[in-house]
Design a binder for this molecule. Structure first.
Ligand SMILES: Nc1ncnc2c1ncn2[C@@H]1O[C@H](COP(=O)(O)OP(=O)(O)O)[C@@H](O)[C@H]1O
Ligand SMILES: [Mg+2]
Length: 176
C-alpha cells in the first residue's frame, strides 16, 4: 500500500477534460492504495471560494486556496487531485514552490476549436455572444505550462489513453 502523498495539478481550458480525468483516475488510484481527494474548480467555487468572481485577482485567490488545501492533503499522504482551469502560470508556479510533497502538473491540452465544438456546458456559446465576460480562451488569457510533468492531448487521445499517461508517470516516479 502506497501512502506517499502528491498533488496532481490539472490545468487546461474549460471542457479540456480536467474533471473527466479526475473522476476517471480516482477509483484507479484508490485501488492502488492511495487516499484521494479531488478539488474540482466548479465545486470549490460553491464553497471554499464562494463569492469570488473571475477577475485576475479573484482567479488567483481561488487557485491559491486550492493550492493551500492541496498542500495540506498531499503532505499528509493523500493524493490531492485538482481540476481547475488555473490559467496563470505565475500562480501555478507559486503553488509548485510551496508544495512540500511531489507536485505533478498535468497540461490537459485540447485546441480551442475542439473545446468550443464540445461546449460541454454551453459556456463558449455564451462567451462568444458576450453574455459571459472574461471567459478563459475567448476573452481572458490562458497561459499553458511550458514544461509540465505530463501533457495529454484530449483531442487525439481517449480518456483511457490520457489517464494511462498520467498513471505511467506516477508509477515511474514510484508515487503509486
Ligand atoms: N482524453 C480525454 N480526456 C478527458 N476528457 C475527454 C477525452 N476525450 C474526450 N473527452 C471529453 O471531453 C469533455 C471534457 O469535459 P470536462 O471534463 O467537464 O472538462 P473540464 O473539467 O476541463 O472543463 C468530456 O465530454 C469528455 O468525455
Ligand atoms: Mg471541470
Amino acid at each position: 500500500m502506497s501512502n506517499k502523498g502528491f498533488t496532481l495539478w490539472f490545468t487546461g481550458l474549460s471542457g479540456s477534460g480536467k474533471s473527466t480525468l479526475a473522476e476517471y483516475l480516482t477509483p484507479i488510484l484508490k485501488e492502488r492504495g492511495c487516499k484521494v481527494e479531488v478539488l474540482d474548480g466548479d465545486e470549490v467555487r460553491e464553497n471554499l471560494s464562494k463569492g469570488l468572481g473571475f477577475s485576475k485577482e479573484d482567479r488567483d485567490t481561488n487557485i491559491r486556496r486550492i493550492g493551500y488545501v492541496a498542500n495540506l492533503l498531499s503532505r499528509n499522504g493523500c493524493a490531492a487531485v485538482t481540476a481547475a482551469i488555473s490559467p496563470y502560470a505565475a500562480v501555478r508556479n507559486e503553488i509548485r514552490d510551496l508544495t512540500t510533497a511531489a507536485f505533478i502538473e498535468v497540461y490537459v491540452y485540447a485546441p480551442l476549436e475542439c473545446v468550443e465544438e464540445r461546449d460541454t456546458k454551453g459556456l463558449y456559446k455564451k462567451a462568444r455572444s458576450g453574455e459571459i465576460k472574461n471567459f478563459t480562451g475567448i476573452s481572458d488569457p490562458y497561459e499553458g505550462p511550458e514544461d509540465p510533468e505530463v501533457r495529454v492531448d484530449t483531442s487525439k487521445e481517449t480518456i483511457e489513453e490520457s489517464g494511462q499517461k498520467i498513471l505511467d508517470y506516477l508509477s515511474e516516479k514510484e508515487l503509486i
